[in-house]
Design a binder for this molecule. Sequence first.
Ligand code: AMP
Length: 435
Amino acid sequence: MTFDQLGLSSALLRAIEKKGYSEPSPIQAKAIPAVLSGKDVMAAAQTGTGKTAAFTLPILQRLNASAPIKPHRIRALILTPTRELAAQVAQSVSNYGLHMPLKSAVVFGGVKINPQIAQLRRGVDILIATPGRLLDLHGQGELDFGELEILVLDEADRMLDMGFIHDIRQILKLLPAERQNLLFSATFAAEIRELTKKFLQDPIEVEVASRNATADKVEQWVYPVDKKRKGALLRELVEEKCWTQVLVFSRTKHGANRLAQQLVKAGIEATAIHGNKSQGARTRALEDFKSGSLRVLVATDIAARGLDIAQLPQVVNFDLPNVAQDYVHRIGRTGRAGASGKAYSLVSADEIKQLNDIEQLIQRHLPREYIDGFEPEHEVPASAPLRKPRQPGRRPPKHSGGGSNAGKHTAKGRAGEGHKRPRRRRPRAGSGNRA
Ligand code: AMP
């Protein structure tokens, strides 16, 4: 399958070529024709699957194919849950739309509103926005959706998690009833289906792989360690493994700040990003991290969501998320678009519930490894046996003993047991999981 075969115009094909993509990703192969058909589409796709291009390319094509009555009125609105994601989607729109006369703009909170107003007044065909700032701008009379043709809800599941449902309802009321609706979400959980019933009409459903497809591509380990020694273990790992670019997840903003400070004290370039940081600070941190001048980026789940950092070699879970699905999002930051990645979780005894939840979700026991000098005083209890997934319609567990990396990291083929023994690590008798 080629982009050409998907029926994309030569202007788009040239832009795609410039990006260096040789073929459409699975979500693109399915979603692009669906969006081009003009029908409503609901697509299950996680970040890292190429989902942004899956809606951006056909939107550009559709808008460019028909000349509007009035030029540069908002004809497509793309809503995203976070500022970072909005900025990244906007970047994709301008990359792919390079050879088209369409104008795009991005608006989000945390930065001055006046330059956004000025840009809107100059005229925009495609607007990318976070819900709050969009409503502010509308309240100030700066938005006219009379010409709107296409609405996209990107990462709809996260929008609901972040409590945007009320804002979304408000926004829907501002739009013309006749329009094409596209909904992209990592999952089709019950509440997403509920939302789709309200605003999609007879949608084409596109699902490329299970929600855990990303997880299958990433090699994952659990390092049992006492809570108070996690900081020291992380520093040891960064130095010993010579990591030059590692994304570290922290459950809390405060924890993220503290950890970044500790790393800096130890001479490791690090910074934290989370919702309390100004937009400028977040953008700067991301740029420094991408350029390689920042070795460690410590992020909370919300701040990290949707970060487009190509081919991140590894991520570390400094603590496990309370919501198991966030683990899948976190490790989805690595192993992107076909590249393989590594995810390390520093797990203390009090996190066994979170670990169990994650293992149930991904239907795999994660192999445990012990780092010399960091063996915990408080042992992490054995994992619970895997149960069948609760939600009907999900892919059944492939095996009880782990995914693509299980064979590589477990000596006896039983998850969590008989760990591989790399230098400086030793297995612990009785520490393995019961499969
Ligand atoms: P996304 O899921 O939209 O966040 O995209 C994930 C990453 O995959 C981004 O860095 C894209 O630039 C990249 N990407 C998107 N489409 C393709 C493709 N067809 N081939 C290779 N990489 C792609």
